[in-house]
Design a binder for this molecule. Sequence first.
Ligand code: C2E
Ligand code: CA
Ligand code: CA
Ligand code: CA
Length: 277
Amino acid sequence: AKQGGGGHPAFFEASMGKSAAESFRIERELRAGIPRGELRLFLQPQFSAAGEVVGAEALVRWQHPERGLVPPGVFVPVAEESDLIVELGVWVMNEACRLVAVADAAGLPLALSVNISPRHFRKPEFNSWARSVLDRTGAPPERLTLEITEGLIIDNVSDVVAKMRELSALGIHFSIDDFGTGYSSLAYLKRLPIDELKIDKTFVQDAPHDPSDAALVETILAVARQLQLKVVAEGVETAEQAEFLNSRGEVVHQGYLFGRPAPADEWLARWAADAGA
Ligand code: C2E
Ligand code: CA
Ligand code: CA
Ligand code: CA
């Protein structure tokens, strides 16, 4: 598998088998870095089969004063060990909603997907907080998709469902991230106010050549059709992968083939120029 990012010292590299001391150091530096404004929001565009931008995923980066741009694979798992992930999630959501509102004011109907950690979503105050961010920024709730994982749904289903229904009634959309990698049953899909399934990049990338990955992708597309869910394929890197997907269903593409994650203001400027042209 490819490493995301690169160019940062070995100290920050290993995501597996990171020593306790390293994790502790990352946690301490991130805790200090968030209030200092060291996080950056990158966007990666999502394209319809017709080649139109239909949305973007917000992906966080850490502009570390000495180590440069640190990819989330290094610090998100560390942050998830404590409520530091809530602080990170608060920053990301504020920034995402601010962007949506700015885009909206400029006449760009930007639809943003935001990754939500289970630990953050499970906070009793998550919904009231999310509502207050929307109110404060003026971001239209329909422009926001919250990406959650199967792991969130497995435990405490009824509480999670109730919270999702409430947010969904406001117009917020929900997507299941890394769909197919979890251990949950398909039965829960019917119970949840889900709008979208996201196929994990490992399946997307191997599907053209691996019959079992191909079958898995086809099954996800069949389930999505049945339940009338949108499907986003993550990690589309080659024309062959894109063609495989297009020949089997209606899929939104997100991947290096179409656009890499880049600073939010770069994408906004590009889209504003396109809209004005
Ligand atoms: P994810 O949610 O599954 O995000 C997709 C990852 O795939 C991103 O990695 C994206 O840059 C990468 N990707 C997109 N297209 C391609 C492609 O064509 N090829 C390859 N090889 N990779 C591609 P990234 O940005 O490094 O993020 C890694 C993970 O960190 C995310 O996985 C997500 O779980 C987590 N993460 C990122 N931002 C946030 C955030 O704001 N909050 C939380 N809680 N987690 C985040
Ligand atoms: Ca995601
Ligand atoms: Ca993920
Ligand atoms: Ca993924």
